[in-house]
Ligand binder design. Structure first.
Ligand code: UT7
Length: 340
């Protein structure tokens, strides 16, 4: 973000120099789910746009997915693990309460020079993490960061609840960002980011049990408090409103308008939410990236996975204005504008 006071202009800005993603091998289709709960391919497709999702193996933890996405992003960026001096992992499905998933990723990829920590902001987590990492880089205290969104949501799903089990999947996406001179026009620059939170609405989307507020006991285990609970309709309304607002704010902060957008990459929770946002931003289908049909909602992983796919498929090109926007539990929301 630029400021009007020259004394406050950052010396550095941040550029995405490589992207990577990893989806576990196993695919679970809507037809597969209709054998487990009372649902149908027709219902899931019409209400959500999801056709299938990927599910991690029992012996794959979130850090395994994250490490593979990170390796691919480092290869794309042409950097070595030793070049990485910051790892931020956004996740609501950490390997364990502590150590952080970022520390496990560090060990798995051999990034011995990195400072590592996690961010918890549910589906907005990747954009929160990007903003936090960007502050480190812009301030000059770190030079090269891995920002990762990774989830094994299958570990938080109640496979008997048709309201939620059809929605989620596992996966990971990563970017390498590097501090660059503020005066250059290096590709992949993050031009602006806005973030917001509203904790008064925290009950609408949550995993109520398993933490300090409601530990799992033999008495409460049967009611599955350590799984995802969501008020779908209310969440839907807030998601559309907040993502539209955040998009407009991030564009304004970057000194741009809706007409400048080459591609919007929204959080992938529901195709109907994505259509509603695209309609309000006046964007045609070809400027709206959708892959929720293949992966479902992978929370913090949706945006980096989609960004990686959009780049590798040539849907975004150098110089394009790319709008990223997310919404999730908390509630939290965030939007970033990139010049690709
Ligand atoms: O990632 C963070 C952000 N997350 C979101 O933004 C998700 C937001 N919410 C949504 O995407 C949608 O609200 C859902 C996809 C979760 C649900 O769609 P909906 O159109 O809001 O459906 P509903 O919850 O109002 O349920 C409609 C009906 C209900 O039956 P009755 O009460 O009308 O008889 C549900 O029991 O659909 C029923 N239903 C299902 N039927 C078949 C709910 N889930 C299923 C299912 N299969 N899987």
């Amino acid at each position: 973000m630029s400021t009007s006071n020259p004394a406050l202009q950052p010396l550095c800005t941040s550029s995405i120099i490589g992207t990577g993603s990893y989806l576990p091998e196993k695919v679970l289709t809507n037809d597969d789910l209709s054998k487990i709960v009372d649902t149908s391919d027709e219902w899931i497709t019409t209400r959500t746009g999801i056709k299938e999702r990927h599910i991690a193996a029992d012996d794959q933890a979130t850090s395994d997915l994250a490490a593979e996405a990170a390796r691919r992003a480092m290869t794309a960026a042409g950097v070595t693990p030793e070049d990485i001096d910051l790892i931020v992992v956004a996740t609501v499905t950490p390997d364990m309460f502590f150590p952080s998933t970022a520390c496990f990723v560090q060990r798995k990829i051999g990034a011995t020079n990195a400072v590592c920590f996690d961010i918890s902001a549910a589906c907005s987590g990747f954009l929160y993490a990007l903003q936090v990492a960007r502050h480190f880089l812009n301030a000059g205290s770190r030079t090269t960061a891995l920002v990762i969104g990774a989830e094994k949501l299958s570990s938080l799903v109640n496979w008997e609840d048709r309201n939620t089990c059809v929605l989620f999947g596992d996966g990971a996406g990563a970017v390498v960002i590097r501090a660059v001179d503020a005066d250059t026009d290096a590709p992949g620059r993050v031009l602006s980011t806005v973030m917001g939170s509203d904790g008064t609405l925290s009950d609408l989307l949550k995993v109520p049990g398993g933490g300090s507020a409601l530990p799992i006991t033999p008495e409460n285990a049967a009611s599955r408090p350590n799984t995802i609970h969501m008020e779908g309709r209310e969440t839907f309304k807030h998601a559309v409103t907040r993502m539209c607002q955040a998009s407009e704010q991030a564009l304004e902060m970057a000194g741009l308008t809706k007409a400048d957008i080459a591609m919007v990459i929204p959080h992938q929770a529901n195709a109907r939410i994505i259509t509603a946002i695209a309609d309000r931003l006046g964007l045609p289908e070809e400027k709206t990236f959708v892959n929720v049909d293949k992966y479902g909602n992978t929370s913090a992983a949706t945006i980096p996975v989609a960004l990686d796919e959009a780049h590798r498929q040539g849907r975004i090109k150098r110089g394009d204005i790319v709008l990223l926007v997310a919404f999730g539990g908390g509630f939290t929301w965030a939007s970033s504008v990139l010049r690709w």
